[in-house]
Design a protein around this ligand. Sequence first.
Ligand code: NAX
Length: 329
Amino acid sequence: EKKPINVAVTGAAGAIGYALLMRIASGDMLGPNQPVNLQLIETEPGMKPLSGVTMELADCAFPLLRSVQSTTDLEAGFGDAGLAILVGARPRSKGMERGDLLTANASIFAAQGAALNAAAARDVSVLVVGNPANTNALVASANAPDLSPAQFMAMTRLDQSRAAAAVAAKTGAHVRDVERVVIWGNHSATQYPDLTHATVRGQPALKAIGDDAWVKKTFIPDVQKRGAAIIDARGASSAASAASAAVDHMRDLVVGAGDAWLSMGIPSDGSYGVEEGLWYSVPVTCAGKGVYQRVGGLPKPDDFSASMMDATRKELLSERDGVRHLLPK
Ligand code: NAX
């Protein structure tokens, strides 16, 4: 039998955690032959609801679930973790300014970066889901000097899937037939969902859609604001779809995804005028075993794309300015 993989999840008692843990434990994320140990991290007030979730995990009698540990201690929770999914974050409360939220969350991710640095497996892959995800990934990595920045990723997979689903609906194709949709930049309303390289059934998506006004006036803003539309309809933010995107991201990273283009927020290498040190979403391919590679050699973006990519870059810069005091010199 395969050796179990240790998967750490923060915010495990939250809405995303509830959906995510079931998918990991059932084998959806790492496959039907891969046992897992769950290492669940919560706040003190989160421990009681978490005990209910772990009762349910036991009651599911998942054949692949080898052990479940629940803790408030970061180093214990991240100990020897091969995969870490950082979901727990402070939600925006009434009257809270965006800057306050940024700082409150950044201090959480500074502590988690330091604990990962101290305790996780040296080849750990860290996926940041909690918002503001890109800047939280930056802060966590900055506090983990012994791990490579490339090991920290911010999740934009949900945005990618939302964009692909919108294109499928528009063209009457199945979502599986929509490829190479790209999310650039921040996981926020400034993100740029880009169809320049996308294909539908192997044909250029922009040609299949044939409606530039729809792309610019409907598709892009709808994808950017999809999270708000779900809150408006459901009275709660997307949870199952966010969990599903995290499962997809980690599965592709660990198992590999051939030549598929997948978007993730990773440390910039300076391309597209994005300064190094920002976590900016770009297309990558995944070879498996935690290895990903940026898609290179793309033609220079046209003026519209360049201005969209620049706007989201500027937002990430200003977020970094807001957390500078938490970045070690
Ligand atoms: P919930 O409020 O339901 O759950 C969050 C959980 O995290 C709570 O149980 C809380 O006790 C715990 N928590 C808070 N601080 C913690 C800490 N320091 N250590 C460990 N646990 C901690 O939120 P949920 O709906 O699950 O959303 C979680 C995060 O995901 C939010 O920041 C949200 O904005 C973000 N999202 C990110 C998405 C993405 O695509 N990157 C999409 C969905 C979601 O909006």
